[in-house]
Design a protein around this ligand. Structure first.
Ligand SMILES: CC(C)(COP(=O)(O)OP(=O)(O)OC[C@H]1O[C@@H](n2cnc3c(N)ncnc32)[C@H](O)[C@@H]1OP(=O)(O)O)[C@@H](O)C(=O)NCCC(=O)NCCS
Length: 277
């Protein structure tokens, strides 16, 4: 049974971790909660692929459909909300092999507030963990839920983390969870490895995405540095506002975002500290 519950209290500490086999552990507050959190209680749950029931998927699909965003002008459905069913979540964002899929969700003060899906696969002897979908309820954003959700998916056995997203906040969250900060992400690593890694993905939209940006093509003039063309024509109004704000804080490394494209982050897992005996 791999389902894991992490309960985070309103203040940064104390935090408790509940694991189904009755054992509890205190978690370092800095690792799992954000001081700016305004919630009384946050419950983080992770599910391995074969624990993801249709009911869990349907709840995640509702959250996604009400909060993801709207279709852009170049899409088949401009202005309409981007929606997904539980069935499509499984088909598009989880691998056929259930043991390679992963889901995390956060219940904040009793409400399903955020959800993430991921897939693991092997490439060149390394274990890849790729975030295939991430959404946080509009009313609960900018309080650290996305970054904590992604942290809850980390495993010491992962060698590389990846995400493709049109939303700069998703990239900031992934960089914060897996690499410490967006400025610390080595784009050289993505430049050298992204092609081979995405080609090995069991998730079709990742495997079929074409690498774009000046990192991969010196003749690229779109302003994108590191991204993928996924033909995903979601409205960029909100992501572009987030980009403007992110650029005020960070030396934003991924460039501009053309229509139908998503930013790409491929990051080696942080070196684990080993204790000397
Ligand atoms: C992307 C999304 C999941 C972020 O969720 P969130 O819970 O608000 O994110 P967090 O609070 O954990 O913030 C993560 C980082 O992004 C920053 N951030 C969040 N929203 C931001 C915004 N609108 N503008 C600028 N920065 C923002 C935070 O400050 C934080 O950075 P920091 O660690 O440097 O402080 C949420 O905006 C969302 O669901 N968007 C719509 C769906 C989508 O585009 N998903 C990505 C597809 S994979």
């Amino acid at each position: 049974m791999e389902t894991q519950h992490v309960l985070v209290s309103a203040k940064a500490a104390p935090c408790e971790k509940f694991i189904p086999e009755p054992s509890t552990a205190t978690i370092d507050a800095a690792g799992n909660s954000r001081e700016r959190s305004l919630f009384k209680k946050q419950l983080y749950e992770t599910f391995s692929g074969n624990q993801i029931t249709d009911s869990i998927l349907n709840e995640a699909a509702k959250l996604f459909s009400e909060n993801y965003g709207t279709w852009g002008d170049h899409s088949h459905n401009p202005g309409k909300p981007v929606k997904v069913s539980g069935h499509r979540l499984r088909k598009q964002y989880l691998p056929d092999d259930p043991s390679a899929g992963l889901h995390a969700r956060v219940i904040a003060d009793g409400v399903l507030a955020g959800s993430a899906f991921a897939c693991r696969w092997k490439c060149a002897g390394k274990r890849i963990c790729w975030i295939t979908q991430l959404v946080v309820d509009k009313a609960y954003r900018e309080r650290g839920l996305a970054i904590n959700l992604l942290r809850s998916l980390r495993s010491d056995a992962d060698d590389v983390y990846g995400i493709a997203s049109s939303h700069p906040a998703a990239c900031l969250a992934a960089a914060g969870a897996f690499a410490s900060s967006i400025e610390k992400v080595s784009l050289d690593y993505a430049g050298e490895n992204a092609g081979e890694i995405i080609k090995a993905s069991p998730i079709p939209y990742i495997r079929e995405a074409s690498l774009c940006g000046s990192l991969f093509d010196s003749k690229d003039t779109t302003g994108l540095v590191c991204g993928v063309d996924t033909r995903f024509f979601v409205n960029h109004k909100e992501p572009l506002e987030a980009l403007k704000s992110a650029r005020e804080t960070w030396d934003w490394p991924l460039g501009d975002l053309p229509e139908g494209h998503e930013y790409l982050l491929v990051m080696p897992a942080r070196q684990r500290r080993t204790k000397s005996v």
